[in-house]
Design a protein around this ligand. Structure first.
Ligand code: PEP
Ligand code: MN
Length: 286
């Protein structure tokens, strides 16, 4: 991809002082994040899939086996869950992290899970291959500073009301701390539209790829809130240049403890994987 001139950057990077390290011109090549040999930001489309929340050993292992069989490379699953209501299931916490270890050992999948609080950073780091910083914490600058000191890949989700400028400044916090293994993730933004949970901003993908060297993935599950929309938006994401996907999968979405309405069943996930393989090939990806 060709470098951009400062005049091309200015229309969207408005703040002063501007971001530096995340910009394409700060580096002479794309950032490829290596997660135990899995390259995110290379030619391969990397799919991360699993339940919204880790609920039990049986739940997690059955989903992990299924997504692996369909071609996912990384298992997602929340152990510390940022829930809007304090009365909703908050996650299994450390017990959930141990179940992620079990699933990694059994399937060989790498693991991504969210860290919500700097006080949990050590324990989450000990059990995960990628640290997820969620939408609600994108501007938790003290957390970003602590995560920036870790030498572990980070999946930074876009804040639900964040402009791309604000998003890149959040990524800059991580890189300024010395952590250059940053993956960006578009997960939908708040708009006036209420028929979907969020509005998946696919404009963000080519815009971020144009201005930064960081890999960009898309989460069509939180981006739509409807399981039946997920495969279509997943295809669209690959078509516009995403480097990967983050997708929620559950064997029994109707009884999931969180986000069942946007979770694919394993057969639906398998069909989605076949389709995106064709889309990836059509855009020169693998
Ligand atoms: C999640 O991926 O489980 C999650 C809570 O997502 P977000 O931070 O995008 O809402
Ligand atoms: Mn979720």
């Amino acid at each position: 991809m060709k470098d951009v001139t400062i005049s091309e950057v200015e229309p969207f990077i408005k703040t002063d002082p501007p971001v530096r390290l995340v910009l394409r011109r700060a580096k002479d090549r794309e950032t490829v994040v290596d997660v135990k040999g899995i390259e995110i930001g290379g030619r391969e489309i990397v799919v991360m899939a699993g339940p919204c929340a880790v609920e039990s050993e049986e739940q997690l292992l059955s989903i992990a086996r299924a997504v692996k069989a369909s071609g996912a490379r990384i298992l997602r699953g929340g152990a510390f869950k940022p829930r809007t209501s304090p009365y909703s299931f908050q996650g299994l916490k450390e017990e959930g992290l141990k179940l992620l270890d079990l699933a990694r050992t059994e399937t060989g999948l790498a693991v991504v899970t969210e860290v919500m609080d700097a006080r949990h950073l050590d324990v989450v780091c000990a059990h995960t291959d990628i640290l997820q910083v969620g939408s609600r914490n994108m501007q938790n600058f003290t957390l970003l500073e602590e995560v920036g000191k870790c030498r572990k890949p980070v999946l930074l989700k876009r804040g639900m009301s964040a402009t791309l400028d604000e998003y890149l400044q959040a990524a800059e916090y991580l890189m300024k701390g010395g952590n250059d293994q940053v993956i960006l993730c578009e997960r939908g933004i708040r708009t006036f539209e209420t028929s979907t949970r969020n509005t998946l901003d696919l404009n963000a993908v080519p815009m971020l790829k144009r201005h930064t060297h960081l890999p960009v993935i898309v989460d069509p599950s939180h981006g739509t809130g409807h399981w039946w929309m997920v495969p279509r938006l997943a295809s669209a994401a690959i078509a516009v240049g995403a480097d990967g996907l983050l997708v929620e999968v559950h064997c029994h979405p109707e009884s999931a403890l969180s986000d069942g309405q946007q979770s694919l069943t394993p057969p639906d996930f398998d069909r989605m994987m076949k389709t995106i393989r064709a889309v990836a090939a059509a855009v020169g990806r693998q």
